[in-house]
Design a protein around this ligand. Structure first.
Ligand code: SAH
Length: 286
């Protein structure tokens, strides 16, 4: 368990200014993430400019942004504007919850991405974070949290699949306590490193197998899975509070979002929602 300092939120500019890590992590190229990002650019070349934001951070599939990344100062404004544009697109895609949209606007996604890819941070695509894993697509992060919240304030939330820590940071703005589990040690460490400069006090990171949940901390009024299994692990059902909600991608090639609501002590209701695409849920730790 890791406590990440005391105060949050810091002003966005102080967070962005703190981004001087410049550490290159030798990202693997898993899945379709990079191709997704490139395809998105091909498919939507006008979409970014049509909402009136000058994309001064070059969107490129090459790792060239070390030379073309914005300088401190103007870069802060640029990344805020591009992030606002990302949120506008997410709202256009149907996410209505203002609290979720506000959280998406506040969290600097580029700080969770390897510097060579940060030019693509606000493209609506998953991107590689190493170890054959990806940072989730912004739209789906917002959509899942909107479903989880269901218009209500969340107390205690469990995330399975911390990855680089981005979604945990977004969750920290809509829930009182966020617990997040990651099974890959190196990513657990990466998330700690990414979150440290943001000094978010209400996130607890765990290294372990999220399929087991965190029975010692349960019950949770929200559980969110960032990786897809063939079914939702049953142990998680029991860790939901009554009235609590779990949202998870389910399936292999054809995945759907599944919402599970605990409606009584021994009663759950499951609803199948939209299609999605996530990395697989695996057992055990590495
Ligand atoms: N939440 C991340 C998404 C990370 S991708 C974001 O903010 O973008 C999904 C993550 O789930 C991967 O890091 C993967 O290692 C992790 N994962 C897969 N199976 C898991 C399990 N059983 N327990 C914990 N983490 C798991």
């Amino acid at each position: 368990m890791t406590q990440q300092g005391r105060r949050f939120p810091l002003s966005l500019s102080s967070v962005v200014e703190a981004d001087k890590r410049g550490v290159s992590k030798g990202v693997a190229m898993p899945q379709t993430a990079v191709r997704n990002a490139a395809k998105h650019q091909q498919d939507n070349p006008v979409r970014q400019s049509s909402i009136g934001v000058k994309a001064s951070i070059p969107v490129s599939t090459k790792s060239d942004s070390a030379t073309s990344a914005p300088k401190a100062g103007s870069g802060i404004l640029v990344s805020e504007k591009i992030r606002q544009a990302m949120v506008t697109r997410i709202a256009q895609q149907g996410v209505k919850d203002a609290k979720v949209l506000g959280a998406m606007e506040a969290i600097p996604r580029h700080m969770f991405i390897e510097p060579g890819l940060s030019g693509q941070a606000y493209v609506d695509a998953s991107l590689p974070i190493g170890h054959h894993q990806t940072i989730s697509q912004p739209y789906i992060v917002a959509r899942m949290i909107e479903i989880l919240r269901n218009g209500k304030d969340l107390e205690r939330v469990l995330e399975i699949g911390t990855g680089c820590g981005y979604q945990a940071a977004v969750l920290s703005l809509v829930a009182k306590e966020v617990y997040s589990i990651e099974r890959i040690k190196a990513l657990h460490e990466l998330a700690k490193e990414n979150l440290r400069p943001m000094r978010i006090a209400n996130i607890r990171l765990h290294y372990g197998d999220g399929m087991l949940g965190l029975p010692q901390v349960a019950p949770f009024d929200g559980i969110i899975l960032a990786a897809a299994g063939m079914e939702v692990p049953k142990s998680l059902f029991l860790q939901l509070s009554i009235g609590g909600r779990l949202i998870a991608p389910v399936g292999s090639r054809n995945q759907v979002l599944q919402l599970v609501e605990r409606i009584g002590k021994d009663e759950w209701r499951s609803t199948t929602l939209e299609h999605c695409h996530f990395v697989p849920l695996h057992q055990g730790v590495i």
